[in-house]
Structures are given as structure tokens and as C-alpha cells.
Design a protein. Structure first.
Length: 462
């Protein structure tokens, strides 16, 4: 077999391959065997039909077509390896010559990973928010905990802000009660802003056993978006009582004996959360600066596939589960289709660039992934997917996705190297030391598209 590589642009090549006919013999034998099992000829047992009879009855062309389809992936892969190419996705194959008994010639155009030059990144400097926890932050945290331990009790008075009501609702459009516009026994907290616009004003001041009517735009159902006349009947009013903020509350709501200890623990937790947020912010900003340093030629087909995959996943999975279509989603977001397309393209380009650059850094820095690191990463991914670690691991193995997970961990380590080399200061001018690779790996996951990995893996085959 002979092969030659022609560079069409920095991200695409054309392979020209010539195969002597004798190298097709194994595929020809396999073609005759396959056809033998699929057809019957009077006078011959199935599987025992001579090749010349198959040629006469079904045509030599059918055999050649089967043999070529079988052989092309093998010869294509050999040509890719011979040219030391890092290909992306599937090739576009064109058979240019097929002479029975003499020669098979074909071309294959395919995207390749562009060659990248990673410049010195030690000069990257970013600023992040300082970790500051105020007394007001602690108060808010303790108050949220206090809300969780609130109790309710029926009261004989008109509803007021903060009360928990039991309601019956009926919605009419154009004087007709909607089939899905009736609900009974609905629990609602006055002032929560849930359910319908205008309901808080309508029920405030209403006692149990009385009703109120108001007009509101329906947020869902068969008449979504239409103005409806809504009648709301209050069947029960309950007041919410918050526990006193004292040592007894601390013992009720936590493992601490005093309110002072509970507040100290709340402050510590808030500091940890803000440090995590600070680390994530630093990693995202360092990554953005790294992307600015490297010129990345963009494979057009890979980008188009990535954009289409992102749209498909949004429309058919995320929006589908919420009962929305793209038009309604764009209306809610206040975006035009052109703005959405531009944002999707920008996100897809960033995901591809991130993967290319970090993969190049993995090679440059000779980073390896240990079994322990892979296991920890798998545990995190399993948790975020809602599956048990065993279930997730089985799905990963069966789906052939282990290399994808290894790549995610390796890219996380590559970004950690860049973050460690960069200068990170907080808004107070203090230099921040960051060395948490686990957080870095999660940042890479969030930045990349899950589908980019699938699209960018080498996939031999025609």
C-alpha cells in the first residue's frame, strides 16, 4: 500500500491511498463467505456456492463492493498511522479507481488536530474576589437555618405576610373554566412570590372560608401566556413561628451547645464556600487568559458538529424535560435566534480550544493519570449524575468512555499546572496560593463540552 498526505489547511488533510489488488484478497475471501451465508442457489448447499457461481448469479461488482467496504477502514487506518496524523472525526472517502485484479485507489479528507505552540504562561496574572465573611453573612446563614425549624399553627384571623395558607384555585379564560385550571388543597406561603402574579395581594387580608378574585397571566398549562380571571378560596390560615435565637435553638438545629458556637461554625462554612468559589473563579480566569495566549486554528467540520450537538442536547434533553421548545426558551431569555446562534458558536469554540490547548499541555508537561486519580474523578462524576459509583463505572466501561474520563483528569492536571505558575491576587492585593487539582478538574469539566471529547477522538473507519 502507498499513501501520501496533502495539507489542505492547518486543520484538514487529504490522504491519497493506492492498494495493490493482492492486498484485497482477505477482504474478497470474506465477501464471498458473507454472500455465501446470505443467498441460496439451487443445486448448492448454503455456504458451499463456488465463487464463479456467485460472480455469474450476483455479479462480480457486488463482491467487489462488499470487499472494498470491508477493507477501507483498515487501509485508511494504516495510512493515518503512516502519516502520523491525529485525526478528528470521520473522513470523507472517495474511491477514485477500482480495477479488478489490479488496483484500488481512494482519497480521504479528514480534520486533524492543529499543531499548537504553547508560549510561556508564567506571566499570567488575574484578580479574584477576596474571601470576606461579614456578620451580616453569618446572620443570614443562621436565619436560613432558623427558617427550616419554623412551626405552623392554625389562626382565626385574616391572612398576612408570611402565613401559610391552604387554597383552592379556579382559573377562567374568556369566562370559561379551564380543564386544567382547577386545583384544591394547595399550600402557599404569602409573600413567597410563587404560583401566580397578584396572588399575594389577593389573599392578604382574607380569612379562612372567604375568597378573592384577581387577574393574572398564566405561567403554564393549556392557556399559558393568556390573561385569566383567577378565583382563590382560602380554606385555612396558619401562622409561622420561628424559634428563638438562643442556645436551645443551637442544640435543636446542630451539634453545638451554644448559639455562639453555631455562629462560629456558620462563619467557618461560609469561609470555606467562598474559598472554593475563589479557587473556581481563579481557574476560570487563568483559563481565559491562557486561551488568549494561544492561536488555535478551528476545524470547521468539528465546530459545526459541536454546535449542532449542543443545540440538539438543549432542545431534545434540557428543554424537552421542561416542556419548552426553542422559540419559547428564547422568548423567556429575551434573545433572538441570531444571538443564540452566536453564543452557541462562541461556547463551542471555547470548548474545543480548551481541549486542544490542555491536551497539548498534557503532552508537553508529560502528565499521567493514576488509578487513584481516575477513581476519585469517577466518584465525582457518578455523584453529579445521580448514579451509584458501580452503576456509573459499568456505564463508562460498556460505553467505551474510559479514555474520555482519563482525558478529563489529565486536562484538569494541565490547568492546575498553569494556575500554579500564574499569579493570583485577591481584590485586596493579596497573593493567593491555589493547589487544589480536584477543583481544577471540575472547572475543566464545566468549561468543556461533553460532546467535544467524542467528536475529537480518533475514529478509524470509512
Amino acid at each position: 500500500m502507498k499513501s501520501a498526505v496533502e495539507t489542505l489547511n492547518p486543520t484538514r488533510v487529504r490522504l491519497t491511498v493506492e492498494v495493490p489488488f493482492e492486498e484485497l484478497k482477505p477482504s474478497l475471501d470474506a465477501a464471498y463467505k458473507k454472500i455465501n451465508q446470505q443467498v441460496t442457489v439451487k443445486g448448492f448447499r448454503q455456504g458451499k456456492i463456488p465463487a464463479r457461481v456467485i460472480d455469474q448469479r450476483f455479479g462480480r461488482g457486488a463482491v467487489l463492493e462488499e470487499a472494498v467496504n470491508d477493507a477501507l477502514p483498515k487501509f485508511y487506518t494504516e495510512a493515518v498511522n503512516e502519516g502520523e496524523l491525529n485525526v478528528l472525526g470521520q473522513p470523507e472517502v472517495d474511491i477514485t479507481e477500482l480495477k479488478d485484479g489490479e488496483l484500488l485507489a481512494f482519497t480521504a479528507e479528514v480534520d486533524i488536530r492543529p499543531a499548537l505552540e504553547i508560549p510561556d504562561y508564567s506571566g499570567i496574572e488575574v484578580e479574584v474576589d477576596a474571601v470576606e465573611v461579614s456578620d451580616e453573612d453569618v446572620d443570614k446563614s443562621v436565619e436560613q437555618l432558623r427558617e427550616r425549624f419554623a412551626t405552623t399553627s392554625p389562626v382565626e384571623r385574616a391572612a398576612q405576610d408570611g402565613d401559610v395558607l391552604t387554597l383552592n384555585l379556579e382559573a377562567k379564560v374568556d369566562g370559561e373554566v379551564l380543564e386544567d385550571g382547577v386545583a384544591e388543597g394547595v399550600s402557599y406561603t404569602v409573600g413567597s412570590g410563587e404560583l401566580l402574579d397578584g396572588i399575594d395581594e389577593a389573599v392578604t387580608g382574607v380569612e379562612a372560608g372567604n375568597s378573592a378574585t384577581f387577574t393574572s397571566e398564566l405561567k403554564g398549562g393549556s392557556a399559558e401566556g393568556k390573561e385569566a380571571e383567577v378565583t382563590v378560596e382560602v380554606t385555612e390560615v396558619k401562622s409561622r413561628e420561628l424559634p428563638e435565637l438562643d442556645d436551645d435553638f443551637a442544640q435543636l438545629a446542630s451539634e453545638f451547645d451554644t448559639l455562639e458556637e453555631l455562629r462560629a461554625d456558620s462563619r467557618k462554612r461560609l469561609e470555606q464556600m467562598k474559598k472554593y468559589d475563589q479557587a473556581t473563579q481563579a481557574q476560570e480566569k487563568v483559563l481565559d487568559e491562557l486561551l488568549k495566549l494561544v492561536e488555535v486554528p478551528m476545524p470547521e467540520k468539528l465546530l459545526a458538529d459541536e454546535i449542532e450537538t449542543r443545540k440538539h442536547n438543549l432542545v431534545n434533553h434540557q428543554l424537552g424535560q421542561m416542556g419548552l421548545d426553542l422559540a419559547k426558551y428564547l422568548e423567556i431569555q429575551g434573545k433572538s435566534e441570531e444571538e443564540f446562534d452566536a453564543e452557541t458558536k462562541e461556547q463551542a469554540e471555547k470548548g474545543i480550544k480548551t481541549q486542544f490547548i490542555l491536551d497539548e499541555l498534557v503532552n508537553k508537561e508529560k502528565l499521567n493519570v493514576s488509578q487513584e486519580e481516575l477513581t476519585e474523578h469517577l466518584m465525582r462524576r457518578a455523584q453529579s449524575s445521580g448514579m451509584s459509583p458501580d452503576q456509573f463505572a459499568q456505564a463508562v466501561v460498556e460505553g467505551g468512555q474510559v479514555p474520555m474520563l482519563v482525558g478529563e483528569v489529565a486536562r484538569g492536571k494541565a490547568l492546575a499546572v498553569v494556575v500554579e505558575a500564574a499569579t493570583v491576587k485577591d481584590s485586596n492585593g493579596e497573593v493567593i496560593e491555589l493547589d487544589d487539582e480536584d477543583e481544577t478538574a471540575e472547572t475543566v469539566e464545566a468549561t468543556e463540552a461533553d460532546e467535544t471529547e467524542a467528536g475529537a477522538e480518533e475514529k478509524p473507519g470509512a
